[in-house]
Design a binder for this molecule. Structure first.
Ligand code: B4P
Length: 190
């Protein structure tokens, strides 16, 4: 299974990907996690990304594509993957198609988790308290939602127009949302 998980910040992509990874037995590739690992390591890339992420903007397409190329060069992605956090704009969507085509692959499904903004703000405020992520501060969350509407929503529309989009209600318990995703992508296994 080659799965792309889409949705606003706080829609549950990372949360559900962690469970889907066990269920589908494929690696979870989170561009947010890859970037946070670079920031934690204090690498030159991490230093560049740190501030951009903290203010809620997107890190450059070039950096993201380099990271993704590296990750997809690893053997474990051959049998499938859950891609979480990418693509976040139309240029990244085109780059993803190209990258997968160069590997003789296509994704099987793009799943959008939908959650209203009010609940998103509430969830991220909860995470800000629990984990203290700089980009969960109220100003950054506002910015991230704005960036999502301006840059990522067109990707969703593009996949919808091309018949590649599956929309899943992201509101409910973790279990309920998980079951909905499984039913949407692999009804025979649900
Ligand atoms: P991400 O790491 O992708 O952060 P995110 O959008 O907030 O999603 P995340 O997966 O962490 O949260 P989730 O919804 O699971 O990106 C962070 C930053 O990295 C970006 O702003 C950007 O700067 C940079 N970046 C990443 N990818 C990039 C790209 N492709 N291009 C450029 N820049 C990029 O969970 C949120 C909270 O909700 C959690 O507290 C969770 O416990 C809670 N939650 C989840 N499901 C719930 C449910 N059903 N009910 C109640 N709470 C729930």
């Amino acid at each position: 299974m080659r799965l792309v998980l889409l949705g606003a910040p706080g829609s549950g992509k990372g949360t559900q990907a962690a469970r889907l990874k066990e269920y589908l037995q494929v690696p979870h590739i989170s561009t947010g996690d890859l970037l946070r690992a670079e920031v934690a390591a204090g690498s030159p890339l991490g230093l560049q990304a740190k501030e951009v992420m903290a203010r809620g903007d997107l890190v450059s397409d070039e950096i993201l594509l380099g990271m993704l190329r590296d990750r997809f060069s690893r053997e474990d992605t051959r049998a499938g993957f859950i891609l979480d956090g990418y693509p976040r704009n139309l240029a990244q969507a085109a780059a993803l198609d190209e990258l997968l085509a160069s590997l003789g692959q296509k994704f099987d499904a793009a799943v959008q988790l939908t959650v209203d903004n009010e609940q998103i703000v509430e969830r991220l405020a909860g995470r800000a308290k629990a984990e203290g992520r700089a980009d969960d501060a109220p100003d950054s969350v506002r910015k991230r939602l704005q960036v999502y509407d301006q840059q990522t929503a067109p990707v969703i529309e593009f996949y919808r127009q091309h018949g590649q989009l599956t929309v899943v209600d992201g509101v409910g318990t973790l279990e309920a949302v998980f079951n909905r995703i499984v039913e949407a992508i692999a009804p025979e296994k649900a």
